[in-house]
Design a protein around this ligand. Structure first.
Ligand SMILES: Nc1nc2c(c(=O)[nH]1)N=C([C@H](O)[C@@H](O)CO)CN2
Length: 118
């Protein structure tokens, strides 16, 4: 299966456990890999036949900007669920980096893979 990806999508949101984190917006960086068969789009040169990465990015940005979760786990599951619910994707791998969360580290975060349930 083919993959359509979005790399290093930077979004500011309320995320974190601590009181000071509830009062500010912090940057999260997303890498998304979504399985999609591109052959029909390639044969027709028609964006309507593919997974429009701009439409995915717009929807993910709106969700993340409006969210106020404590954990990166909850935010990541929410993003994966909305992609599988709203777009023709059977499998999504998502890496979420919270770059300013841990002094001394370039970043922290998680990577998850979720599939559409049959
Ligand atoms: N597994 C996790 N550990 C931690 C999280 C998290 O979301 N998942 N969050 C925090 C704090 O919010 C931290 O990012 C603030 O520096 C700590 N551990």
């Amino acid at each position: 299966m083919d993959t359509i990806f979005i790399d290093q999508l930077a979004i500011d949101t309320v995320i974190g456990l601590y009181d000071w984190e509830r009062r500010i917006r912090q940057r999260v960086i997303l890498d998304l890999e979504m399985t999609f068969d591109i052959r029909e789009a390639a044969a027709t040169d028609d964006v309507a036949k593919t997974l429009d990465y701009k439409a995915v990015a717009k929807r993910v940005i709106a969700f993340v900007e409006a969210s106020e979760f404590d954990l990166v786990e909850t935010l990541s599951e929410g993003i994966a669920a909305l992609i599988l619910d709203e777009f023709p994707v059977d499998r999504v791998t998502l890496r979420l980096d919270k770059p300013h969360a841990l002094r001394g580290a370039k970043g922290v975060g998680i990577r998850i893979t979720r599939e559409r349930s049959q």
